[in-house]
Design a binder for this molecule. Structure first.
Ligand code: FES
Length: 77
C-alpha cells in the first residue's frame, strides 16, 4: 500500500528506511523523497515511525543510550 503517492513510496519502503536508522519524517524524505511534494503523507509517515518503526526509538524507550553506538563509530573513524 502506498504511503506517498507523489513518489510511489510504500509502507514497506518507509519501514525499511526506519529499520536502516531513519527516525523522523525528514530523514525518511532524505532517503526516498516521501513527503517532499504535496506533504499529505507526512502524518502517515509520522504514524509509521510513531508505532516503533525506528529501532533507535525502541532503544531510547528502554532507557538505553541512543547515541552510544554512534560514538563508537566516531572513534573507529
Ligand atoms: S503523497 Fe507524499 S509528498 Fe505527496
Amino acid at each position: 500500500m502506498f504511503v506517498c503517492s507523489c513518489f510511489g513510496v510504500t509502507e514497506a519502503q518507509v519501514q525499511q528506511h526506519a529499520d536502516d536508522g531513519a527516525c523522523t519524517p525528514r530523514q525518511i524524505a532524505s532517503a526516498c523523497k516521501a513527503g517532499t511534494d504535496c506533504g499529505s503523507c507526512v502524518r502517515r509517515i509520522q504514524a509509521i515511525l510513531g508505532r516503533g518503526a525506528c529501532s533507535r526509538r525502541e532503544t531510547a524507550d528502554q532507557g538505553r543510550p541512543v547515541l552510544a553506538g554512534l560514538a563508537d563509530l566516531d572513534e573507529a573513524a
